[in-house]
Design a protein around this ligand. Structure first.
Ligand code: PLP
Length: 415
């Protein structure tokens, strides 16, 4: 564990919250698909004096003096990211996924332009055109859906909508979609209608970097990703594009969207990319996917319905209505059993967004702890037992204790 001796003595109030969160993370089963645990080295990089620096601009062209070292760090991050994703150009400054997406739209299209994106309640992201998000307010989004019977994106239908609507940009890459994405078909459709192709690989970036899922970077015009999901780095994002778009993307991030980059986070991004380039990371990503397959199979064996019937990546959306619960109830019950999940809509959800029908499960975090098939099978049993005994506080309490015992056998790397 890092030393927190100054924090604890100077500000016991904040430290007490940090301590409680460390305890919670140590003792609870983290099945939220977008979360992960960073390494000690990534955590240390985030806590460096690089946070003290201002460095608006880009390596070699800054609006502040004293950036020799910061340039070095940003260039390391860029070079490693290029290698990981075979990217021609990378901007590592975006502060998080949504701001990165804002910069992408800003770089390629104008307010009011038409964009085609997947509906939020079908697995898309808020920043892919939802009316309550800047994307839906500023741009004229048309939404595609997944097929209800297959739970998958139907490329024929995407093409039909694209031919009819003639969008300026097509967005692919999702938050709650468990299948491989047909990047080349998206690119072909975009080319056919003269649209920019934009991939948002926030969720699967780590699996793509490991070479286990198809990589849109070499074929798409522009790709954004968060760093903190399967890629297991600090909170933040980056944008990758072809060299011919480098200038407009960089200008959209700074000065278009942001001021100074967060240099301590840039350092942590570089460290995380360094980790992802190592052979161990490929083994990790393989295990994430194997664990997700095992978890999905266990749920299917227990009679749960999974959107699209299974998973090709690290996550799955399980329909809870077959067990007489909605996603909100399931989330609350599992929370009492020490298991963290996030409720999720299912395609054409009959229930309202605050009480959707599904729960999204993911394996990136528990795999970082070192859990494998045997643990996954036990976790599936606990989930099912908790849901079937949703009102029985005694059983939920017993499961919570068993969950804690297992978790303590698989410590989080930084605690
Ligand atoms: C998580 C996610 C984002 C947003 O990332 P934030 O860092 O939370 O802003 C964007 N796009 C997709 C597809 C995501 O899953």
């Amino acid at each position: 564990m890092l030393s927190y001796k100054n924090l604890s003595s100077q500000d016991p109030e904040v430290f007490s919250s940090v301590e409680k969160e460390m305890k919670r993370q140590s003792e609870e089963m983290e099945l939220i698909a977008s979360e992960n645990y960073v390494s000690k080295a990534v955590l240390e990089a985030m806590g460096t004096v690089l946070t003290n620096k201002y460095s608006e601009g880009y390596p070699g062209h800054r609006y502040y003096g004293g950036n020799q070292v910061i340039d070095e760090v940003e260039n390391i991050a860029i070079e490693r990211a290029k290698k990981l994703f075979s990217a021609e150009h990378v901007n590592v400054q975006p502060l998080s996924g949504s701001p990165a997406n804002a910069a992408v739209y800003f770089a390629f299209i104008k307010p009011g332009d038409k964009v085609l994106g997947l509906r939020l309640d079908h697995g898309g992201h808020l920043s892919h055109g939802h009316p309550i998000n800047f994307s839906g307010m500023l741009y004229n989004f048309v939404q595609y859906e997944v097929d209800i019977d297959t739970g998958r994106v139907n490329m024929e239908k995407v093409r039909e909508i694209a031919l009819r609507e003639k969008p300026k940009m097509i967005v692919a890459g999702y938050s709650a979609y468990s299948r491989e994405i047909e990047w080349q078909k998206f690119k072909d459709i975009a080319d056919e209608v003269g649209a920019y192709s934009f991939a948002d690989i926030a969720h699967t970036a780590g699996l793509i970097a490991a070479g286990l899922m198809n990589n849109p970077v070499p074929i798409f015009d522009v790709v954004s990703t968060t760093i903190h999901k399967t890629l297991r780095g600090p909170r933040g994002a980056m944008i990758m594009c072809q060299e011919k778009y480098a200038k407009q993307v960089d200008r959209a991030v700074f000065p278009g969207m942001q001021g100074g980059p967060h240099d301590h986070i840039q350092a942590a991004k570089a460290v995380a990319f360094g980790e992802a380039l190592k052979p161990e990371f490929k083994e990790y990503a393989k295990q994430v996917m194997a664990n997700a397959k095992t978890l999905a199979q266990e749920f299917l064996n227990m009679g749960y319905k999974i959107v699209s019937g299974g998973t090709d990546n690290h996550l799955m959306v399980v329909d809870m209505t077959s067990k007489g619960l909605n996603g909100r109830e399931a989330e609350d019950v599992l929370n009492k059993a020490g298991i963290s999940v996030s409720r999720s809509t299912i395609p054409n959800d009959p229930n309202p967004p605050m009480k959707p029908s599904g729960v999204r499960f993911g394996t990136p975090a528990i795999t970082t702890r070192g859990m494998k098939e045997a643990e996954i099978k036990q976790i599936a049993k606990w989930v099912n037992e908790a849901l079937e005994n949703k009102k029985n506080e005694e059983i939920l309490g017993r499961i919570k204790k068993e969950v804690k015992d297992m978790c303590l056998d698989f410590p989080i790397p930084s605690i």
